[in-house]
Design a protein around this ligand. Sequence first.
Ligand code: SAM
Length: 223
Amino acid sequence: MSKLYIIPTPIGNLEDITLRAIRLLKEADLILAEDTRNTSFLLKHLEISKPLKSYHQHNEHKTVSELVDVIASGKNVALVSDAGTPAISDPGFLLVRECIKAGVEVECLPGPTAFVPALVNSGLPCDSFVFVGFLPQKKGRHTKLLELKEEARTMIFYESPFRLLKALEEFKEYFGEERNVCVSRELTKLYEENKRGTVKEVCEYFSQKQVKGEIVIVLEGKH
Ligand code: SAM
């Protein structure tokens, strides 16, 4: 039976792709990519040549039913995003949901994603956590932060380097400056950094330098 395979790809270090991910990309009839140029680079590195089709947030609603039909007709389709696991702050959820509705098999491979190493590196409790992802940039940001004020579980945020300081300043205001936090930057890459401390300490540290690279913030829950 044909399937939709959700294939995680490296978040920096190309060695992090799994053997099964490589095999399934080789065997797929079609690869759906968030950005075909990025994925072509990865496929070239893996010496894989396959038909690629773009699948991103601007065309997912338009193309989803046609793609479900393609898989239902017997084709194996692999979905990849630019980095990490598709559907985790990336396109994928809609296609998975529609495949399930149509009785089409879906299989997500385990593999790279930024939030798991960030959570484990933080040293904060990992037994129970909330994945927040990106906070809304304007409308809804205050409501979301208020909603999290009483949250007792460890919280995980994705954030752009340009908004890191703004987020940490807001964390002081909403969660208190003594709350523990860890900022993971450039995970799996040459300049990986995991900066741990209170919100106040970590905010001071990053305010003294130009913040670059990709970032995950892991925040302690309320005691
Ligand atoms: N699908 C991806 C995943 O599974 O983690 C997430 C995609 S989302 C569009 C991109 C965000 O993930 C970045 O803004 C950053 O917050 C986080 N991220 C991705 N790669 C990272 C890395 N190497 N180090 C730290 N954060 C990373």
